[in-house]
Write a protein that binds this ligand. Structure first.
Ligand code: SAH
Length: 228
């Protein structure tokens, strides 16, 4: 079973929204598991402290390497085959290719940062792969982790009703997706493109390919370059 272990100061945030809809049904059916691990269990002293002031001074607090390493070792002991990720704005931006690879594997262990982030030394000491959700700053790694898990879980076998619907959409062919339409045929004077109503599957497919290229070229020319 594909197993996610978020390491967090807020285990109550999991499975959160992933307890509903597609991912939630999959959880209930045992297609994947979400076992959040409370970093605070390894906090120090009476107050179970997990953070301290930054070396060199400055604002905010930093999560301690020793506390995080102990939490990682307890939640994912040596021999656990799952990749260990750290949600971080400095990481490589998450993309559908990485999501597909993670979904094919045994699951993920995901460290969710808080405060100013984590002591740099734990990243190397526990071989953490830094993964970013994009060029903006969240208040913590949990929401980023939920997004990553959502993207992986929907690709797991049995989660989506129609397996195909996962293959035609944005990024799967390196392109953004073509536009969708449904009833009514006339919405406030805007018509559904005639080709989609003509019943010619070949023409529909060609139109969709052309639209996907046009929209990708307009909005994300970088994706076309990457496709070669
Ligand atoms: N001081 C840091 C930001 C810390 S935000 C900096 O300037 O880079 C606190 C935590 O939120 C981070 O440790 C990380 O786990 C998470 N986080 C914030 N933005 C993120 C993003 N874009 N992608 C993934 N995780 C993010």
């Amino acid at each position: 079973m594909w197993r996610a272990t978020p390491l967090t100061l807020f285990p109550a945030m999991f499975p959160g929204p992933l307890g509903l809809s597609l991912a939630g049904d999959g959880l209930a059916r045992g297609l994947w598991a979400c076992d959040p691990y409370d970093i605070r269990l390894h906090g120090l002293g009476r107050h179970r402290t997990v953070d301290d002031t930054p070396a060199g001074g400055g604002a905010g607090m930093v999560m301690r390497a020793d506390v995080l390493a102990a939490a990682i070792d307890a939640a994912a002991p040596a021999g656990d085959p799952r990749p260990r990720l750290l949600m971080s704005p400095r990481g490589r931006p998450l993309d559908q290719g990485r999501v597909r690879d993670l979904a094919r594997g045994p699951g993920v262990v995901v460290l969710c940062g808080r405060f100013e982030g984590v002591d740099e030394r734990v990243i190397a000491a526990r071989d953490l792969e830094e993964v970013s959700l994009g060029d903006f700053v969240l208040s913590g790694g949990e929401v980023a982790c939920l997004a990553l898990l959502d993207a992986c879980v929907r690709l797991l076998p049995g989660i989506m009703g129609k397996e195909l619907s996962g293959e035609e959409e944005s990024f799967e062919g390196g392109l953004l997706e073509y536009p969708h339409y449904t009833r009514p045929r006339d919405f406030e004077g805007r018509e559904i493109p005639a080709v989609l109503l003509g019943g010619d599957h070949g023409r529909v497919a060609a139109w969709r390919r052309a639209e996907a290229r046009r929209i990708t070229g307009e909005r994300r020319p970088d994706l076309l370059d990457r496709r070669g």
